[in-house]
Design a protein around this ligand. Sequence first.
Ligand SMILES: NC(=O)c1ccc[n+]([C@@H]2O[C@H](COP(=O)([O-])OP(=O)(O)OC[C@H]3O[C@@H](n4cnc5c(N)ncnc54)[C@H](OP(=O)(O)O)[C@@H]3O)[C@@H](O)[C@H]2O)c1
Length: 315
Amino acid sequence: MSAPRTLVVGSGLIGAALARRLVPGGGAVTLASRHRPAPAPQSYGARWEALDATDAGACARLLARLRPDRVVLVHGPSDATWCEEHPSQARAAHVAVAENFTALARDARIVLISSDNVFDGASAHNAESVPVRPANAYGRAKLAAEQALLAGAPGAVALRVSLVYGHEGADAGKWLNFFAVCAHRLLRGEHVEAPDDHWTTPVVLPDVAEVTAALLHTPDPLPPVLHLGGPDRVTRAEWATVIAGALGAPAGLVVPVPRARTRYASRPANACLTSEVLSTLPATEKITVRGVAEGARLLAPAFTGSGTTRGTVRS
Ligand SMILES: NC(=O)c1ccc[n+]([C@@H]2O[C@H](COP(=O)([O-])OP(=O)(O)OC[C@H]3O[C@@H](n4cnc5c(N)ncnc54)[C@H](OP(=O)(O)O)[C@@H]3O)[C@@H](O)[C@H]2O)c1
């Protein structure tokens, strides 16, 4: 069998982590996005191509050149607040990218990284069999992309992932994940306001990369929709307290507030995912997804050894 050629569309938080996970497995790993990411993917053995994935012609040219047998759609817009303010642009972008790859990469295994925001948050736990009902523009855009992809590419998979967290440092730009913002603030001795009525099942970045890589590696047919959430269902305030503990910061710096008073007001109250399927698939049954305490212990050294930033929370 020849070495796999993987195209990862979107070179942000998740795309870059996935590329780093795939490179040691061999084959060509190419990240694509509109702007050159930092650090350069070449520094860890991947390649990068400039691409606006909403441009069908540009996608066709890139696919003809790379001929990938695995495609991961992990592009933006990813900020739910921006999507709420620009609902038609958000939907158009997500649907256009899904349609472009559905039409052009029929022979590839395509995995779309989707979101818990396809649920309205009424249920404390959302497994694959729970009916979708997005309550915000971001969720509607992601659901429309899932539907466009799965209607046109029968072997594709929509992997709905809960809130993702990982290390982002001072040079990561303006929008940082919740864990990173909490960590940087707590290490500066600043208060962190976090909702005590917004539940999530956070999943640490290397585990997202591990599960996605496993879905790409397997030749087996896969269910069209899969869920990936961490084992712990926590409020953001509880989670911030766990982060403080792992960093040795005072728990009193975490200030619980109502979700309605925060930028999470448009988010589902329960942004929680569970899976009825993932642990039964040969490709993923052996993967143990880490809980928030283990994830915090894993990430703490990267934050305590790094500089601080005044980045703004994005998710
Ligand atoms: N982070 C989470 O907690 C989470 C959870 C569940 C699902 N997801 C989904 O995963 C995806 C990626 O999330 P992320 O956190 O990695 O986002 P991110 O860090 O904001 O990265 C998004 C990437 O997409 C690229 N992009 C945006 N528009 C593009 C376009 N038209 N063509 C090509 N590339 C484009 C961006 O680069 P340029 O701007 O340079 O093009 C960037 O590299 C999103 O679709 C999000 O819905 C994320």
